[in-house]
Design a protein around this ligand. Sequence first.
Ligand SMILES: [Zn+2]
Length: 423
Amino acid sequence: MSLPRARFWLAPSLLIAAAAYFLIFWPMCDPHPAPLPSIGVLVLHDMKIYPSPDAPPIERGSVIVARGIITAVGPNLPIPAHAAVLWCPNCVVMAGFWNAHVHFTEPKWDFAAFKSAATLNAELSDMITSRGFTTVVDAGSDPRLTLSLRRRIEHGELSGPKIYTAGTALYPPHGVPYYVKNTLPFYLLWFIPQPSTPTEAAEIEAYNIDRGADLLKLFTGSYIARGNVEPMPIAIAAAAVRLAHQHGQLAYSHPSNVAGTRVAIDSGVDVLAHAPDSTSGVDSSILDALVAHHMAMIPTLKMFATTVTTDPAYLDPIYAEVRGFHARAGQLLFGTDVGYMTDYATDGEFQGLARSGLTARDMLRMLTTAPAQRFGVANRKGLIAQNYLGDLTVLDADPFDDIAAFSRVRWTIRSGRVIYARR
Ligand SMILES: [Zn+2]
């Protein structure tokens, strides 16, 4: 190339390189940010406290959080000098809620690395923190968006939850779900991972982990058309799960039907991200196998009711599955699939769980201790106890009287910082 021609290309090349850096690589920098240390003392004063799902509540007690950590819980605690005090005699305090199934895939999160804090805080509040969630699990999104949110939250620019992310989900060969296909421009479909060999599956998962993923998400059964589920070949699923486990990560699966559930069981998946909603063949032997393999389930009942149909012929067998899994002491986690489901209100999920026979105590476990155990952080999250993280959800009524109160959030507190306050 002659010198003038080289010069001609120099400026556009630099421009393209700069654009690629800012649009692709910069949003994914610092994938595991250290959280900003919490300072100061926060006191939740004169409230009803549920220290754990299994302990009796403390009537008119206090929780003291210093530097992000709970230092005292009980009745008649003296308020330290210079503490910030939240006083609410009719309020109820529970450990910070988890939503174990969310997505950051709606257009509102596009360019999350660059949008104003005010814009993103309003969206985070609407979808997550106003619902009481202090920890969420992103079960598959564009990592540029999730990692940008996570970085800006941990750096203190945004008020948001602790985010675990699966990065991009893995699909069966030619197995992109019809509802994803219908919403994405065709060129983005080329970037959806559909490994055709076990080696390729492991390579994609290794790349995901390198890019900051904390868990694996597989479509072990994918609705390639309405009523038509394509299962993932077992060897492909098993290779990805093996790699995730080698890195100490959990594997989530979207099972869809009995074949997808069998692949999840046989490949070593840890968590069903939904109850299988095509329930034909999901019998007691399948539920027994799920429990025998220590798998957890996130029912996502409201999502089925709002995005598929409210026909009881469809929903009742799903409620029966959840009831059967629970009766076998299977571990249930609370999750709603918001992001995919655009109605963020949580009350419908609690109603669905009640229809499946769960009590307020069961639901509190699903929101707190069960996910903390499953994600290996039960020594610092899930309870209101000394030396635990100051993650707290404050409601203005008691869900043990009426489960509707789970959705009546007054304050959401993460590591001793108020990340949502109802006006
Ligand atoms: Zn989902």
